[in-house]
Design a protein around this ligand. Structure first.
Ligand SMILES: [Fe+2]
Ligand SMILES: [Fe+2]
Length: 364
């Protein structure tokens, strides 16, 4: 049932602004048939706006000719108040003049009811306006919730990229563009994998967001590795290599204690992105599907991007040479299914690389 068709199950307030107490009483009597309607009266135009702002009613029934003020001016005043944006303002008047009616609508009235229609019609119209008020309120709340969620997501992204910046201070190869490319290539691999494994769309979407964060942060554990090792231009000796390999375990530690749903996949990827399909990787030397899927995906994306990029010790590999390596290493270094997916989607993968060129740092 849509919110516009929903019935008003909760109590709602109706403010009757009329200088004739008998009209307020009559409305109270008419609306007695709706147990959810709570009728409030206000006999003075001068007090009406303050009462409305205090009560925030679903519906205001506004008289036009009051001894101490003009009802049309009050309609304008209500409509100018942001706190009354969800209130339906309805003119309730004995005046039948079409010009006056047009003026009331022009000033923002939602309806014009001539005093006083038969009970069934009156109650139906007031209920209709209470429903409209509720629908408006729900729309506003949904928009606010959406805006808040967007701000939260942006805030999370900002923090994540700040973490990447911290890692880059230690290891210049861990640039914002590198991690964005790893995330982009990972997405292509996971999308094709999800299709092949008939993963429901909603599941794919929620998992994809987790994978993106985990891929971006795969090497963040390098913040715990000594500069001397990270900045060494020559080959690492045995001891240095051992220390370098600790970045996987350090990365896992950063996400331990699982404070949010992002922590577990980020910890898995940080720990396992150097494991190899045949068990010859590190740090746990696990093999095949013992290696979490996201880590297998990020391993492919990370190595692909590293090979295709310039490093202090090497020129970028050409596409064909890189493809050849992935074909050869399928089932050895890499998950053979993911290697095949990579090779089948090379154009898209290269588009990700083009979208994040080396010199350009993308804003969050
Ligand atoms: Fe790494
Ligand atoms: Fe990397």
């Amino acid at each position: 049932m849509s919110i516009l068709n929903s019935t008003i199950a909760d109590p709602y307030d109706v403010l009757v602004v009329d200088d004739q107490p008998m009209i307020i009483e009559a409305v109270r009597r008419l609306l007695r048939s709706d147990s959810n309607a709570r009728v409030h009266g206000c006999g003075l135009a001068l007090e009406a706006l303050a009462r409305a702002k205090d009560l925030l009613p679903a519906v205001i029934l506004q008289d036009l000719k009051m001894t101490d003020g003009n009802g049309l001016d009050l309609v304008t005043a209500y409509r100018a108040e942001p706190v009354l944006a969800e209130t339906s303002v309805v003119v309730l008047s004995a005046t039948e003049d079409p010009q006056v009616k047009a003026e009331a609508f022009a000033r923002g009235a939602a309806d014009y009811i001539e005093k006083l229609p038969p009970l069934v019609e009156f109650v139906a119209r007031v209920k209709h306006h209470a429903r409209a008020s509720r629908a408006q309120k729900q729309l506003v709340h949904a928009a606010v919730a959406q805006a808040e969620a967007k701000i939260e997501a942006e805030w999370a992204d900002t923090l994540i990229f700040r973490m990447v910046e911290m890692a880059r201070l230690r290891d210049p190869t861990e640039t914002a563009v590198h991690v964005q490319r790893v995330a982009g290539i990972s997405k292509i691999l996971f999308e094709a994998w999800a299709k092949a494994h008939l993963l429901p769309d909603s599941e794919y979407k929620s998992q994809q967001r987790l994978l993106r964060i985990a891929a971006i942060l795969h090497d963040v554990g390098k913040v715990g590795v000594s500069d001397l090792i990270l900045e060494k231009s020559g080959k690492l000796n045995e001891l240095e290599r051992e220390k370098m390999e600790k970045h996987a375990k350090i990365g896992e530690g950063i996400f331990s204690g699982s404070r949010s749903k992002f922590d577990d996949p980020a910890a898995e990827v940080a720990l396992c992105h150097h494991e190899k399909w045949d068990g010859s990787g590190y740090p746990q030397k696990i093999r095949g599907e013992e290696i979490p899927l996201f880590a297998r995906i990020v391993a492919v994306a990370d190595v692909y991007d590293a090979l295709r990029s310039r490093r202090a010790y090497k020129e970028p590999w050409p596409r064909e040479r890189t493809e050849k390596l992935f074909a050869e290493e399928a089932g050895k270094h890499f998950d053979p299914e993911l290697s095949a997916i990579l090779l089948a989607n090379m154009d898209e993968v290269e588009q990700v690389r083009d979208a994040f060129p080396e010199q350009e740092i993308h804003a969050i």
